[in-house]
Design a protein around this ligand. Sequence first.
Ligand code: FAD
Ligand code: 2HG
Ligand code: ZN
Length: 470
Amino acid sequence: VTEVDVESLRPLFAGRLHTDAADTAPSLTDWRRKWTGAALAVAEPDTTADVAAVVRWCRDHSVPIVPQGGNTGLSGGATPDSSGTALVLSLRRLQRVRRIDTVGNTIEVEAGVTLERLQEVAREAGRLFPLSLAAEGSCTIGGNLATNAGGVEVLRYGNARDLCLGIEVVTADGEIWDGLRHLRKDNSGYDLRDLFIGSEGTLGIITAGVLRLFPLPAEQAAAFVAVPSPAAAVALLELAQSRLDASLTAFELMSDVCVRLLVKRVEAARLPLRERSPWYVLLEVSEMQPGARAAEAIERVLQTAIEAGVATDATISDSEARYDAIWAIREEVTEAQAREGPSIKHDISLPISEIADFVRETDAAVDAACPGLQKVTFGHLGDGNLHYNLSPPPVPRDVDAFVALEPRLNRIVHDAVMARGGSISAEHGLGALRRDEAARYKSTVELALLRAVKDALDPQHLLNPSKALP
Ligand code: FAD
Ligand code: 2HG
Ligand code: ZN
């Protein structure tokens, strides 16, 4: 192995090249601090052409590339391995909003623009960019596309893939593919855009995207609802969908364990109901017509739900502050669980009709195998996506023993998911976390097709090696 002189990269592109430990450290550990790696350097190019120059240097020197956006991913996809041979390629400095079209309802932005900034730019133009997730202040649109991120508005607007019309990609060879189409209809061959979306940096570097915009809702309201069980929550979802149709923009579930952790770990967190309940639903209604009353629409649904026994109590937002406070309870769960120590996450999706039985049976199986764990179960029930997450028992704390349970718990949870026709990665991607699990459950035909795609687009296997692809 010949030693690579990373300094030879410096004059080839505009941007930054970090080699000092203090500067590179934040890019070498993930948000959960579950993975820490090492790298030759962290490169932060300024433009697409500079990204291409960096990639060409990596190709010429056989240096693996780990693309990184906001580094908020939950599957370890943006962390290099411990060999120190890879270059972390940060897209954060690609910051331009290139074009906004309020007739075609599209916006073209570079990969490093944060999701929050994109939402703000859209709002200033009188439009909604609906992708929404708790990490939106830091995650980037490039990372959202690379992971096909989901979040809390998928029920109404779809995930990142559904919101994207075109992308610009730097290929493994350092070429620029301009796929920045602003078109709703484009059946002109294989869909390369959709191949790169969700490929977690293993097929190409996404440098820009064309995203869809929507009208801003005239009015929104949120309700926090006590429900006796996941089965009752599913019944409430069915009722709400039949009554509210497209104005139902979010439908989230959380267990009381989540609320217990929030109250313990997040100073300002308060349950907005008089009494605790085993489960809660957060639902949101968005009205497009001025004068339509979102809160009244929710109230009518909840009245029926309470009479039918599928809800036991509820509070509905009557101001923007109350609306934000209700959402804050949901958005702080990941942070609260992180403060509780190491966690074992399962980002799963199931046919919605399977969810109640899945939770009941899997809870029993987990309790039988590993008694006392905290089941921090929550997620996007309206999309059939649960975060079936586990934390150590509150006492006694034996963190190492808890961490050692991960393979056993994965088997219990994932076997149950697959038996019910689900997926072991709904929205967070495979990254390093789920790569081998995916190999376990995918057929040999599917694995061969995936490898053929990788070999075709990245023949040297330099793009995010050992991530995502089993
Ligand atoms: P990074 O973490 O930097 O990278 C993620 C992956 O994409 C890596 O494999 C990386 O190599 C690759 N990548 C990044 N940028 C590019 C690029 N430009 N080109 C090619 N590959 C690239 N996710 C959800 O789906 N729904 C949620 O509700 C949600 N909530 C979250 C809440 C919290 C508090 C946190 C911490 C995370 C949450 N996430 C959620 C996960 C995460 O925010 C998303 O996966 C997000 O899309 C990652 O964006 P990022 O810019 O941080 O990407
Ligand atoms: C959410 O839905 C995110 O809030 C994070 O996808 C989930 O903490 C998690 O596991
Ligand atoms: Zn989620």
